[in-house]
Design a protein around this ligand. Structure first.
Ligand code: SF4
Length: 195
């Protein structure tokens, strides 16, 4: 891990800036390639993540890994995964605006240090906090936005795909756009067996 990210990780793992520090088991720093060209941002850790200490490892994470694989992406090589907040809200509730506001500077620093070319916003919460409160996932999924001076693609959260499999078709179209942009910006020879 590069020195800046290592230092950031040390700071984040001991963070007690909000009340969630009192109920968490693990702070979920994030995971993936420290120089990842693609950063994937979700909402918050869930029960499995809090127990194990890694992001996106439950059913949603497994589905996300399948989508990455179909795109020819792996967590270790192409992606760094993070969240709007780094500690689990009790009962998996949505983070409060105050919690998001307190935790977001950590994410901003991660984006600066990792310096991705493309950001994928998983669902309504990262869209709201990174693009602005007027944005709607149902309206804007699949369209490129600018987030912190980078290209960002909002897509449905994998948990939404598990609840409603009809959303998978649109989501695959959105990820195909990400693969196309990756070939344009990062690696023209990027291989995917599916797109
Ligand atoms: S949620 Fe964020 S701000 Fe709150 S304690 Fe965890 S790392 Fe710190």
């Amino acid at each position: 891990m590069n020195t800046q990210l290592e230092q950031l990780k040390t700071e984040i793992l001991s963070c007690q800036k909000c009340e969630l520090s009192k109920t968490r088991n693990h702070v979920i720093f994030g995971e993936g390639n420290e120089h990842a060209p693609i950063m994937v941002i979700g909402e918050a850790p869930g029960a499995d993540e809090d127990r194990i200490g890694r992001p996106f490892i439950g059913r949603s994470g497994q589905l996300l890994d399948k989508i990455f694989a179909a795109c020819g992406f792996t967590r270790n090589e192409h992606i760094f995964i993070s969240n709007i907040i780094r500690c689990r809200p009790p009962g998996n509730r949505t983070p409060t605006p105050q919690e998001a506001e307190i935790c977001m500077p950590w994410l901003t620093k991660q984006i600066e240090v990792i310096d991705p070319k493309i950001i994928i916003l998983l669902g309504a919460t990262p869209l709201k906090y990174l693009a602005g409160p007027t944005h709607r996932i149902t309206r804007e999924r699949g369209t490129w936005l600018k987030v912190q001076d980078r290209l960002a693609m909002p897509v449905f959260h994998p948990a939404a795909l598990l609840r409603n499999p009809n959303l998978k078709r649109d989501t695959w179209e959105d990820f195909k756009k990400v693969v196309g942009k990756y070939r344009e910006l990062v690696d023209a020879n990027h291989y995917s067996a599916h797109c």
